[in-house]
Ligand binder design. Structure first.
Ligand code: AFP
Length: 331
Protein backbone atom coordinates (compact mmCIF):
# COMPACT_ATOMS: atom_id res chain seq x y z
CA UNK A 1 0.00 0.00 0.00
CA UNK A 2 1.57 3.30 -1.09
CA UNK A 3 1.75 5.81 1.77
CA UNK A 4 0.03 9.16 1.57
CA UNK A 5 1.82 11.01 4.37
CA UNK A 6 5.59 11.60 4.87
CA UNK A 7 6.64 9.26 7.68
CA UNK A 8 10.22 8.84 8.86
CA UNK A 9 11.44 5.54 10.32
CA UNK A 10 11.84 7.21 13.74
CA UNK A 11 8.30 8.61 13.67
CA UNK A 12 6.94 5.19 12.66
CA UNK A 13 8.87 3.46 15.47
CA UNK A 14 7.83 6.09 18.06
CA UNK A 15 4.18 5.73 17.06
CA UNK A 16 4.42 1.92 17.33
CA UNK A 17 6.31 1.95 20.65
CA UNK A 18 4.30 4.61 22.46
CA UNK A 19 5.30 4.52 26.14
CA UNK A 20 5.80 0.72 26.27
CA UNK A 21 9.33 0.13 27.59
CA UNK A 22 9.66 -3.23 25.82
CA UNK A 23 8.63 -1.77 22.48
CA UNK A 24 10.91 1.24 22.96
CA UNK A 25 13.82 -1.17 23.42
CA UNK A 26 12.93 -2.95 20.16
CA UNK A 27 12.52 0.39 18.36
CA UNK A 28 15.96 1.47 19.60
CA UNK A 29 17.58 -1.70 18.28
CA UNK A 30 15.87 -1.43 14.86
CA UNK A 31 16.86 2.22 14.54
CA UNK A 32 20.46 1.46 15.47
CA UNK A 33 20.78 -1.40 12.97
CA UNK A 34 19.23 0.78 10.24
CA UNK A 35 21.62 3.66 10.93
CA UNK A 36 24.61 1.31 11.00
CA UNK A 37 23.40 -0.07 7.68
CA UNK A 38 23.69 3.37 6.08
CA UNK A 39 27.40 3.41 6.94
CA UNK A 40 27.83 -0.06 5.42
CA UNK A 41 25.92 1.09 2.32
CA UNK A 42 28.32 4.04 2.00
CA UNK A 43 31.27 1.63 2.04
CA UNK A 44 29.63 -0.65 -0.54
CA UNK A 45 28.78 2.35 -2.72
CA UNK A 46 32.48 3.20 -3.02
CA UNK A 47 32.95 -0.07 -4.94
CA UNK A 48 36.50 -0.59 -6.27
CA UNK A 49 37.57 2.70 -4.69
CA UNK A 50 37.35 0.90 -1.36
CA UNK A 51 40.13 -1.61 -1.93
CA UNK A 52 39.93 -5.05 -0.40
CA UNK A 53 36.32 -5.25 0.85
CA UNK A 54 35.96 -8.60 -0.94
CA UNK A 55 39.38 -9.81 0.18
CA UNK A 56 39.29 -13.02 2.22
CA UNK A 57 40.22 -12.25 5.82
CA UNK A 58 42.58 -14.81 7.36
CA UNK A 59 42.51 -18.53 6.61
CA UNK A 60 39.78 -19.73 8.97
CA UNK A 61 36.24 -19.90 7.57
CA UNK A 62 33.37 -18.31 9.53
CA UNK A 63 31.09 -20.18 11.92
CA UNK A 64 29.08 -21.55 8.98
CA UNK A 65 32.16 -22.78 7.12
CA UNK A 66 32.23 -19.95 4.54
CA UNK A 67 35.28 -17.84 3.71
CA UNK A 68 35.17 -14.57 5.68
CA UNK A 69 35.39 -11.46 3.52
CA UNK A 70 36.80 -8.17 4.85
CA UNK A 71 33.36 -6.50 4.66
CA UNK A 72 31.73 -9.38 6.55
CA UNK A 73 33.98 -8.62 9.53
CA UNK A 74 33.77 -4.82 9.24
CA UNK A 75 29.96 -5.03 9.15
CA UNK A 76 29.86 -7.25 12.25
CA UNK A 77 32.26 -4.96 14.17
CA UNK A 78 30.18 -1.89 13.35
CA UNK A 79 26.92 -3.58 14.40
CA UNK A 80 28.37 -4.80 17.72
CA UNK A 81 29.81 -1.35 18.52
CA UNK A 82 26.55 0.44 17.66
CA UNK A 83 24.33 -1.96 19.65
CA UNK A 84 26.32 -1.26 22.82
CA UNK A 85 24.07 1.79 23.30
CA UNK A 86 20.88 -0.25 23.15
CA UNK A 87 19.02 -2.85 25.22
CA UNK A 88 20.54 -5.74 23.30
CA UNK A 89 22.15 -8.19 25.72
CA UNK A 90 23.68 -10.69 23.28
CA UNK A 91 24.27 -10.98 19.53
CA UNK A 92 24.34 -14.19 17.49
CA UNK A 93 26.25 -13.48 14.29
CA UNK A 94 27.10 -15.48 11.17
CA UNK A 95 30.68 -14.25 11.54
CA UNK A 96 31.21 -15.44 15.16
CA UNK A 97 31.14 -18.98 16.51
CA UNK A 98 29.79 -18.00 19.94
CA UNK A 99 27.24 -15.44 21.15
CA UNK A 100 28.74 -11.93 21.54
CA UNK A 101 27.94 -10.15 24.84
CA UNK A 102 26.77 -6.59 24.07
CA UNK A 103 24.91 -4.86 26.94
CA UNK A 104 24.27 -7.83 29.22
CA UNK A 105 21.66 -6.05 31.33
CA UNK A 106 19.60 -5.67 28.15
CA UNK A 107 16.20 -7.25 27.48
CA UNK A 108 16.72 -8.35 23.88
CA UNK A 109 18.84 -10.77 21.87
CA UNK A 110 19.62 -10.15 18.20
CA UNK A 111 20.65 -12.66 15.54
CA UNK A 112 22.32 -11.12 12.50
CA UNK A 113 23.83 -11.89 9.12
CA UNK A 114 26.03 -8.78 9.03
CA UNK A 115 26.69 -9.01 5.27
CA UNK A 116 24.44 -11.17 3.10
CA UNK A 117 25.59 -11.86 -0.44
CA UNK A 118 29.30 -11.50 0.23
CA UNK A 119 30.07 -13.38 -3.00
CA UNK A 120 28.70 -10.26 -4.73
CA UNK A 121 30.66 -7.62 -2.78
CA UNK A 122 33.03 -6.73 -5.65
CA UNK A 123 30.52 -7.14 -8.48
CA UNK A 124 28.41 -4.02 -7.77
CA UNK A 125 25.37 -6.20 -7.08
CA UNK A 126 23.07 -5.61 -4.08
CA UNK A 127 24.25 -7.05 -0.77
CA UNK A 128 22.65 -6.55 2.63
CA UNK A 129 22.26 -7.09 6.37
CA UNK A 130 19.60 -9.37 7.91
CA UNK A 131 18.45 -9.21 11.56
CA UNK A 132 16.08 -11.01 13.93
CA UNK A 133 15.11 -9.68 17.39
CA UNK A 134 13.82 -11.81 20.28
CA UNK A 135 13.03 -10.97 23.91
CA UNK A 136 15.66 -11.87 26.51
CA UNK A 137 15.04 -12.47 30.20
CA UNK A 138 18.23 -13.32 32.11
CA UNK A 139 16.17 -14.98 34.88
CA UNK A 140 14.22 -17.19 32.47
CA UNK A 141 17.12 -18.12 30.22
CA UNK A 142 19.71 -20.24 32.04
CA UNK A 143 22.18 -19.49 29.29
CA UNK A 144 21.79 -16.67 26.74
CA UNK A 145 21.91 -19.15 23.83
CA UNK A 146 18.57 -20.52 25.07
CA UNK A 147 17.04 -17.14 24.25
CA UNK A 148 18.22 -17.40 20.63
CA UNK A 149 17.45 -21.09 20.23
CA UNK A 150 13.67 -20.67 20.11
CA UNK A 151 11.28 -21.05 17.19
CA UNK A 152 11.06 -18.08 14.85
CA UNK A 153 7.52 -17.45 16.09
CA UNK A 154 9.16 -15.91 19.21
CA UNK A 155 10.61 -13.03 17.15
CA UNK A 156 9.33 -9.57 18.11
CA UNK A 157 10.89 -7.84 15.11
CA UNK A 158 12.92 -8.71 12.01
CA UNK A 159 14.18 -7.09 8.85
CA UNK A 160 16.79 -6.72 6.19
CA UNK A 161 18.64 -3.85 4.60
CA UNK A 162 19.50 -4.06 0.91
CA UNK A 163 22.45 -1.97 -0.28
CA UNK A 164 21.71 -1.50 -3.95
CA UNK A 165 20.80 1.43 -6.22
CA UNK A 166 18.63 2.47 -3.27
CA UNK A 167 19.30 1.67 0.37
CA UNK A 168 16.16 -0.16 1.47
CA UNK A 169 14.94 -1.37 4.86
CA UNK A 170 12.25 -4.07 4.86
CA UNK A 171 10.96 -4.31 8.43
CA UNK A 172 8.32 -6.03 10.52
CA UNK A 173 7.35 -5.33 14.12
CA UNK A 174 4.67 -8.03 13.96
CA UNK A 175 2.02 -5.67 12.54
CA UNK A 176 2.50 -6.22 8.81
CA UNK A 177 5.64 -5.57 6.78
CA UNK A 178 6.91 -2.12 5.81
CA UNK A 179 9.43 -0.81 3.28
CA UNK A 180 11.53 2.24 4.14
CA UNK A 181 13.88 3.94 1.68
CA UNK A 182 16.95 5.96 2.71
CA UNK A 183 16.85 9.48 1.24
CA UNK A 184 20.48 10.58 0.97
CA UNK A 185 19.56 14.27 0.58
CA UNK A 186 17.50 14.28 3.76
CA UNK A 187 19.78 11.70 5.50
CA UNK A 188 16.84 9.68 6.80
CA UNK A 189 14.65 6.66 6.11
CA UNK A 190 11.13 7.33 4.83
CA UNK A 191 8.17 4.94 4.72
CA UNK A 192 7.58 3.98 1.07
CA UNK A 193 5.20 1.04 1.47
CA UNK A 194 3.05 0.09 4.47
CA UNK A 195 1.27 -3.28 4.89
CA UNK A 196 3.13 -4.92 1.98
CA UNK A 197 1.20 -7.78 0.35
CA UNK A 198 3.02 -10.47 -1.67
CA UNK A 199 0.75 -11.66 -4.54
CA UNK A 200 -0.38 -15.24 -3.75
CA UNK A 201 0.09 -16.46 -7.31
CA UNK A 202 3.28 -16.13 -9.37
CA UNK A 203 5.02 -17.21 -12.58
CA UNK A 204 8.52 -16.45 -11.29
CA UNK A 205 10.93 -18.54 -9.24
CA UNK A 206 14.48 -17.98 -7.99
CA UNK A 207 16.88 -20.90 -7.61
CA UNK A 208 20.57 -21.59 -8.35
CA UNK A 209 19.81 -23.84 -11.29
CA UNK A 210 23.45 -24.86 -11.68
CA UNK A 211 22.77 -27.31 -8.82
CA UNK A 212 20.01 -29.19 -10.72
CA UNK A 213 21.90 -32.54 -10.79
CA UNK A 214 22.39 -32.30 -7.00
CA UNK A 215 18.70 -31.88 -6.19
CA UNK A 216 16.50 -34.53 -4.61
CA UNK A 217 13.46 -35.77 -6.52
CA UNK A 218 10.79 -33.36 -5.15
CA UNK A 219 12.71 -30.20 -6.10
CA UNK A 220 13.89 -31.63 -9.42
CA UNK A 221 10.25 -32.46 -10.28
CA UNK A 222 8.96 -29.02 -9.25
CA UNK A 223 11.52 -27.14 -11.37
CA UNK A 224 11.05 -29.55 -14.30
CA UNK A 225 7.30 -28.82 -14.26
CA UNK A 226 7.98 -25.07 -14.20
CA UNK A 227 10.38 -25.45 -17.14
CA UNK A 228 7.74 -27.43 -19.05
CA UNK A 229 5.74 -24.22 -19.05
CA UNK A 230 2.24 -23.92 -20.55
CA UNK A 231 2.53 -27.25 -22.36
CA UNK A 232 3.32 -28.96 -19.04
CA UNK A 233 1.32 -29.81 -15.87
CA UNK A 234 1.55 -26.18 -14.61
CA UNK A 235 -0.11 -24.90 -17.85
CA UNK A 236 1.76 -21.58 -17.59
CA UNK A 237 5.22 -20.32 -18.56
CA UNK A 238 7.61 -19.43 -15.72
CA UNK A 239 10.44 -16.86 -15.55
CA UNK A 240 13.60 -17.38 -13.47
CA UNK A 241 15.67 -14.81 -11.55
CA UNK A 242 18.66 -15.49 -9.23
CA UNK A 243 20.89 -12.71 -7.87
CA UNK A 244 22.99 -14.70 -5.40
CA UNK A 245 22.12 -12.23 -2.62
CA UNK A 246 18.99 -13.36 -0.79
CA UNK A 247 18.16 -9.77 0.23
CA UNK A 248 17.93 -8.77 -3.44
CA UNK A 249 15.83 -11.80 -4.43
CA UNK A 250 13.64 -11.23 -1.35
CA UNK A 251 13.02 -7.55 -2.17
CA UNK A 252 11.96 -8.51 -5.71
CA UNK A 253 9.48 -10.99 -4.19
CA UNK A 254 8.12 -8.35 -1.76
CA UNK A 255 7.73 -6.05 -4.77
CA UNK A 256 6.10 -8.31 -7.41
CA UNK A 257 5.77 -11.81 -5.93
CA UNK A 258 7.67 -14.97 -6.77
CA UNK A 259 9.34 -17.76 -4.84
CA UNK A 260 12.90 -18.14 -3.55
CA UNK A 261 14.10 -21.73 -3.33
CA UNK A 262 17.29 -23.07 -1.76
CA UNK A 263 16.66 -26.78 -1.15
CA UNK A 264 18.80 -29.37 0.53
CA UNK A 265 20.93 -31.23 -2.02
CA UNK A 266 23.46 -34.02 -2.45
CA UNK A 267 26.58 -31.84 -2.11
CA UNK A 268 28.69 -32.23 1.02
CA UNK A 269 27.63 -29.56 3.51
CA UNK A 270 24.31 -28.92 1.72
CA UNK A 271 22.40 -31.82 3.26
CA UNK A 272 20.31 -29.16 5.03
CA UNK A 273 20.48 -26.51 2.33
CA UNK A 274 22.61 -23.36 2.55
CA UNK A 275 20.69 -20.68 4.46
CA UNK A 276 21.02 -20.40 8.24
CA UNK A 277 17.80 -20.83 10.23
CA UNK A 278 18.32 -18.28 13.02
CA UNK A 279 19.67 -15.20 11.19
CA UNK A 280 18.55 -15.75 7.58
CA UNK A 281 15.47 -18.03 7.30
CA UNK A 282 13.62 -16.95 10.50
CA UNK A 283 13.73 -13.17 9.85
CA UNK A 284 12.78 -13.57 6.17
CA UNK A 285 9.98 -15.99 7.12
CA UNK A 286 8.55 -13.50 9.66
CA UNK A 287 8.67 -10.67 7.07
CA UNK A 288 7.09 -12.92 4.43
CA UNK A 289 4.22 -14.15 6.61
CA UNK A 290 3.52 -10.59 7.77
CA UNK A 291 3.23 -9.73 4.04
CA UNK A 292 0.69 -12.53 3.47
CA UNK A 293 3.27 -14.89 1.93
CA UNK A 294 4.53 -18.24 3.24
CA UNK A 295 7.90 -19.75 4.20
CA UNK A 296 8.81 -23.42 4.65
CA UNK A 297 11.73 -25.83 4.51
CA UNK A 298 9.90 -27.37 1.55
CA UNK A 299 7.06 -28.68 3.68
CA UNK A 300 7.30 -27.46 7.34
CA UNK A 301 6.58 -23.85 8.36
CA UNK A 302 9.96 -22.22 9.08
CA UNK A 303 8.63 -20.32 12.14
CA UNK A 304 7.65 -23.64 13.80
CA UNK A 305 11.11 -25.21 13.51
CA UNK A 306 12.97 -25.59 16.84
CA UNK A 307 16.67 -24.72 16.34
CA UNK A 308 19.31 -27.13 17.61
CA UNK A 309 22.38 -25.07 16.75
CA UNK A 310 22.98 -21.31 16.35
CA UNK A 311 24.54 -21.75 12.90
CA UNK A 312 22.37 -24.60 11.61
CA UNK A 313 21.36 -24.57 7.94
CA UNK A 314 17.81 -25.17 6.73
CA UNK A 315 16.26 -25.74 3.30
CA UNK A 316 14.33 -22.56 2.46
CA UNK A 317 11.32 -21.82 0.27
CA UNK A 318 9.54 -18.47 0.67
CA UNK A 319 7.34 -16.04 -1.21
CA UNK A 320 3.92 -16.21 -2.94
CA UNK A 321 1.68 -18.32 -0.70
CA UNK A 322 -0.03 -20.46 -3.36
CA UNK A 323 3.31 -21.30 -5.00
CA UNK A 324 4.97 -22.21 -1.68
CA UNK A 325 2.01 -24.52 -0.99
CA UNK A 326 2.36 -25.94 -4.51
CA UNK A 327 6.01 -26.77 -3.79
CA UNK A 328 5.00 -28.53 -0.56
CA UNK A 329 2.76 -30.80 -2.65
CA UNK A 330 5.89 -32.22 -4.33
CA UNK A 331 7.25 -33.43 -0.98
P1 AFP B 1 27.03 -15.37 1.04
O1 AFP B 1 26.62 -14.28 1.95
O2 AFP B 1 27.99 -16.33 1.66
O3 AFP B 1 27.44 -14.87 -0.33
O4 AFP B 1 25.74 -16.28 0.76
C1 AFP B 1 24.67 -15.68 0.19
C2 AFP B 1 23.48 -16.64 0.37
O5 AFP B 1 23.39 -17.09 1.65
C3 AFP B 1 22.18 -15.99 -0.06
O6 AFP B 1 22.19 -14.62 0.14
C4 AFP B 1 22.08 -16.34 -1.52
O7 AFP B 1 20.75 -16.37 -1.95
C5 AFP B 1 22.74 -17.70 -1.59
O8 AFP B 1 23.64 -17.77 -0.49
C6 AFP B 1 23.52 -17.86 -2.87
O9 AFP B 1 23.96 -19.18 -2.92
P2 AFP B 1 24.73 -19.72 -4.23
O10 AFP B 1 26.04 -19.00 -4.23
O11 AFP B 1 24.85 -21.19 -3.99
O12 AFP B 1 23.89 -19.38 -5.40
Amino acid sequence: MRVSEIVTLQAYLDRWAGTDAGRKAVAGAVRTIATTGVGIADLVARGPLEEGLAKIRGTDPNAGGDAQKELDVIAEERIVTALKGTEVAFLASEESEELIPVNTSGRLVVAVDPLDGSSNIDTNVSVGTIYSILPYDAAAHANPAAAVMRTGSHQVAAGFLAYGPATILVSTLGEGTQVFVYDRDKADFFLARDQVEIPAETKEYGVNQSNVRQWHAPMAAYIADCLAGKDGPRAKDFNMRWVGSMVADAFRIFTRGGVYVYPSDKRKGYENGRLRLIYEANPVAFLTEQAKGAATDGKTRILDIVPHHIHQRIPLVFGSKAEVEKIASYY
